[in-house]
Design a protein around this ligand. Structure first.
Ligand code: AMP
Ligand code: FES
Ligand code: ZN
Length: 308
């Protein structure tokens, strides 16, 4: 198998792009896809002060590495969730990665907020993943806003995005479909959020990490059931196998043509926000925001346990 660009021996074949690449040409292809994804959807510019949320996984580490390679002024952000058998080794991976590459890193420990995920899990007694996601998003935003970052990047890839879009479509969730996409603009006290890997599949980011020598943290979260989006990803994978390129077409078609209709419908959904009386962040809840409510819930659960 020869590289479609330079005719050297190819190391990877991409059916969706009807191409095979050697290492050098694959890395150039990857950079081009990231650059195109950023330019097409106006995700950010070289003037931005960029914060990249890194979990230690292949996607977010590859993203930070590539953005710095492209000359962006980028800092990593790791949220330490204090999950046994997972957070400590993910943190070591992230710290080593940033140190080896001379990259600045911010670390936020949820334990210092009284919100270590095992404590939250015990107190809320419902599936932890969505609560954990909400906490992570809260701190991504807060840390970006309070430290002067103009854009927050996450490592979501095309497979993540297509699975989410497919899931929202199956439920015809108008509000989510109106805001699905690789860019959520800044508004009020919410920083701009972007997903620069939206054109690249999981296979492509894994190949990039492997070829650049990135060593990601691999152990799955012990609280994850593994079910989230797995079935939907499998269905899309089968479709992609039969019709190479379908995933990217589906997603691009949605952001360029499909989403407009949902934006019009969502215009009617009026969500009034006010400042949380405790932390000051905008919330649609009547009183405390979700995070402050959770903090109280965890604290009172702990008190009730101590009293026993
Ligand atoms: P996930 O929801 O675990 O697939 O993660 C999606 C994206 O969220 C990752 O690519 C990262 O950009 C970000 N992320 C997830 N967990 C963390 C974490 N503990 N610290 C910082 N960023 C994270
Ligand atoms: Fe949040 Fe597993 S990473 S519950
Ligand atoms: Zn080549």
């Amino acid at each position: 198998m020869k590289c479609s660009v330079c005719k050297a021996e190819a190391v990877v074949k991409l059916r969706a792009h009807n191409s095979a690449f050697c290492k050098k040409c694959f890395l150039e292809f990857f950079s081009r896809q990231v650059a195109r994804g950023i330019e097409k959807e106006k995700l950010m510019t070289h003037e931005d002060n960029v914060l990249v949320a890194i979990s230690g996984g292949k996607d977010s580490l590859s993203l930070l590495y590539e953005l710095v390679h492209q000359g962006y002024n980028a800092t990593g952000l790791f949220i330490d969730l204090a999950i046994p058998d997972s957070s400590a080794s993910a943190r070591r991976t992230v710290e080593r990665f940033c140190q080896d590459n001379g990259l600045p890193l911010l670390v936020k420990e949820l334990a210092e907020e009284g919100l270590a995920i095992p404590d939250v899990k015990e107190a809320v007694k419902r599936p932890i993943c969505s609560v954990c996601g909400k906490l992570k998003r809260h701190w991504f935003n807060k840390i970006a806003m309070e430290n002067g970052y103009t854009v927050l990047c996450t490592g979501h890839n095309l497979d993540d995005e297509v699975a989410r879009l497919f899931s929202n479509t199956l439920r015809w969730d108008q509000a989510y479909l109106a805001s699905d996409g690789p860019m959520l603009p800044a508004h009020g006290r919410f920083v701009k959020k972007v997903k620069p890997l939206w054109r690249l599949t999981e296979y492509e980011t894994a190949t990039y990490a492997f070829l650049t020598g990135i060593e990601p943290h691999i152990a799955p979260c012990p609280y994850s059931t593994g079910a989230s989006f797995t079935t939907l990803k499998g269905v899309m994978q089968r479709l992609e196998y039969a019709m190479p390129g379908r995933k990217l077409d589906f997603y691009q078609g949605f952001i360029h043509r499909g989403r407009k209709g949902f934006e019009i419908l969502a215009g009617d959904i009026d969500e009034t926000l006010h400042a949380c009386p405790e932390c000051g962040y905008p919330t649609s809840a009547d009183d405390l925001c979700g995070v402050c409510r959770l903090r109280r819930q965890v604290a009172s659960y702990r008190e009730s346990r101590c009293g026993k």
